[in-house]
Design a protein around this ligand. Structure first.
Ligand SMILES: [Zn+2]
Ligand SMILES: [Zn+2]
Length: 296
């Protein structure tokens, strides 16, 4: 009977955590139209279990998007593109049609490149130029992640070659808090060389923990919400950074949206955070283990 008990209690804990998660906020994201296009927002730089240095359950990823009124999420685990598949599998299990975009953070000691919308893992052992070519060959978007000083020397020629599509303008990971001046320094270099407008400005959380997911996002104007439209909007630089409840990167339409309460309501972050799904699952399993010890 014991294995059966364990299976039943594990299933009960899982169902309870699912029910609590999904019952919290099951609304579809609000639709805001700007000049006939739909405003969609999502976190473009996120890590979960497959990054090994992250502690985010795939269910937490889905749960947070819904809670924050976001439209999509891009999984960018270190040197693997499997995270997107994993989270999509969970979405399928839960019957959710959330848009999950496959990505990777190609992580080396000389650059961290966000590879968004790729099909399969891009090797970390390529040169930067080869990495960017491979991302584009797969139909993806290449983003210069957190361009701190140690990366400037490598990233600058890549910007000059026109192979970088996006610049991480805001990254809310605590590690980078003290590094903002280095990012600003890089932005100033790009501006002085007339390269700044070649890349869409990206806002991300770079979250490794569930409670920091979606703290900054990239908002894009798209004809419809699907992967290809999101990627195309980035290529055409129809994007603005959403952070601290308003649009940060000053595209003219984003400046206009800062006066639009309906659009601002879409990026009201900081909703109350209920217990995390994975944490509930863990508590459920602990309870099951304790119960089994008692009935022995
Ligand atoms: Zn990184
Ligand atoms: Zn990262």
């Amino acid at each position: 009977m014991r294995p059966l008990f364990l299976v039943a209690l594990t299933a009960a804990a899982l169902l309870a955590s699912l029910a609590l998660s999904l019952a919290y906020d099951t609304r579809a994201p609000d639709v805001v139209l700007v000049d006939g296009l739909r405003l969609v927002c999502g976190d473009q730089h996120t890590h979960q279990y497959l990054s090994f240095d992250a502690r985010v359950h795939p269910m937490d990823v889905l749960y947070t998007i819904r809670r924050q009124n976001n439209d999509f999420i891009t999984l960018t685990d270190h040197n693997t593109a499997l995270g997107g598949d994993l989270v999509r599998a969970w979405a399928g299990l839960l019957g959710l049609d959330t848009l999950v975009i496959t990505g990777e953070e190609v992580t080396t000691s000389s650059w961290h490149i966000g590879a968004l919308g790729i099909q399969t893992t891009v090797s970390r052992w390529l040169t930067l130029n080869e990495t960017l070519d491979e991302i584009h060959r797969q139909g993806g978007i290449a983003v210069a992640n957190h361009p701190t000083r140690k990366f400037h020397q490598n990233l600058l020629p890549a910007f000059e070659s026109g192979k970088i599509d996006g610049l991480e303008w805001v990254n809310t990971a605590p590690y980078y808090e003290g590094k903002h001046p280095e990012v600003q320094e890089f932005i100033a270099i790009l501006e002085s060389r007339g390269l700044l407008d070649r890349a869409v400005k990206i806002g991300t959380s770079d979250s490794h923990f569930a409670d920091s997911l979606g703290q900054a996002t990239t908002c894009l104007l798209v004809p419809r919400l699907d992967r290809d439209s999101v990627l195309q909007a980035m290529r055409e630089r129809r994007g603005a950074v959403a952070w601290q409840g308003k649009f940060q990167a000053q595209e003219p339409w984003a400046t206009r949206l800062n006066q639009n309460p309906e659009a601002l309501a879409k990026i009201q972050f900081g909703r109350p955070i209920p217990p995390q799904a994975a944490g509930l699952l863990f508590l459920g399993l602990m309870g099951a283990a304790l119960f089994l010890r008692k009935v022995e």
